[in-house]
Ligand binder design. Structure first.
Ligand SMILES: NC(=O)C[C@H](N)C(=O)O
Length: 331
């Protein structure tokens, strides 16, 4: 019989640590109130598949994640991954920004051991709560050698997603996490089934190392819509942003009144990254705008919030727009 894997479950809060006033509160509840040890203890089946211990690092709704917390979490995960008595890590996390944390870890951790980020859409007190099974599945994945070397994973709703690709697509439904090219696999009845592999470099294959990063440059996102004004861009420049993600309509298009604003932003030394608010697709360089002429860059298929993470990491390495473009296309 196989020796059970040692898995550390790091608690950060979210709905998986939430509690509602009654069992019919599936969407109205307080998040980030149940300690991680209690969340683990509520799923006794877990002790049959792994030796698990909990560690509480934060107790917050994931909408309150910031760069400081992201770095603190990443550094702690990195420290644990270096221990020979740790085989895998599970991070319980709110679902609102799980995609950003998972992408950040996917790009910066230097280990092949499985790291799984998990959350829930309903608090543990609700009818049809999803957290217990999600946590069980996450521990299963974190204990499995099959999950090693695949980057940071997000396990939710029977699916295993790449931290690079996954995004939250619905505000309240249990079936909310989607990857544009589908999940990597499923977890069903205690079994992992993988069907595809991440194509883009991750963890040990990237130039970003969490142990070497002590702060992230400020990168902001400016949402676009009909009648958009320059106010947000000006505020971000004043606040000291090093890059602005232009969360553009369609193919990262830029309204006529915003074209000179973005030129001004770039002339002040900030990088301008064109992204799309549509929720899917690739922004084509020199498509809607002449990026070569203006010295702007474009996202690949990353949504604006993931583009923020990658741009901030890229700016820890270079402030050259050509290099930045290469990085945005690489990861
Ligand atoms: N389902 C959730 O976890 C939502 C919560 N607001 C969070 O992200 O922490």
């Amino acid at each position: 019989q196989d020796k059970k894997a040692n898995v550390v479950v790091i608690g950060t809060g979210g709905t998986i640590a939430g509690a509602g006033a009654s069992s019919v509160n599936t969407a109205a509840y307080q998040s980030a109130v149940v300690p991680v040890d209690k969340i683990i203890a509520a799923v006794p089946e877990i002790s049959k598949i792994a030796n698990v211990r909990g560690e509480q690092i934060f107790q917050i709704g994931s909408e309150s994640f910031n760069d400081e917390r992201l770095l603190k979490l990443g550094k702690r995960v990195s420290e644990l991954l270096k221990q020979s008595d740790v085989d895998g890590i599970v991070i319980t996390h709110g679902t609102d920004t799980i995609e950003e944390t998972a992408y950040f870890l996917n790009l910066t951790l230097k280990s092949d051991k499985p790291v799984v980020v998990v959350g829930s859409m309903r608090p543990g007190t609700a009818l049809g709560a999803d957290g217990a099974l999600n946590l069980y599945d996450a521990v299963l994945v974190a204990s499995s050698k099959d999950a090693a070397g695949k980057g940071t994973l997000v396990v939710m709703n029977d699916e295993i997603h790449s931290g690079r690709d996954v995004t939250k697509t619905n505000s309240f439904k249990v079936e909310t996490f989607r990857s544009p090219y589908g999940p990597l696999g499923y977890v069903v009845e205690g079994k992992l089934m993988f069907y595809r592999l991440p194509a883009r470099p991750h963890t040990t294959q990237t130039e970003f190392d969490i142990d070497q990063i002590n702060s992230l440059p400020r990168v902001d996102i400016a949402y676009n819509y009909g009648n958009v004004s320059r106010a947000a861009y000006d505020a971000f420049v004043t606040a000291g942003a090093k890059a602005i993600i232009h969360d553009g309509t369609g193919n990262g298009s830029v309204a006529e009144q915003i074209v000179p604003v973005l030129q001004e932003v770039r002339s002040k030394g900030l990088q301008v990254v064109r992204a799309t608010r549509t929720g899917s697709g690739v922004v084509i360089r020199n498509g809607e705008q002449n990026d070569d002429k203006f010295d702007w860059v474009v996202t690949d298929d990353q949504n604006p919030q993931k583009a923020r993470i990658l741009t901030a990491l890229a700016l820890t390495k270079t402030n050259d727009s050509k290099e930045l473009q290469k990085i945005l296309w690489k990861y």
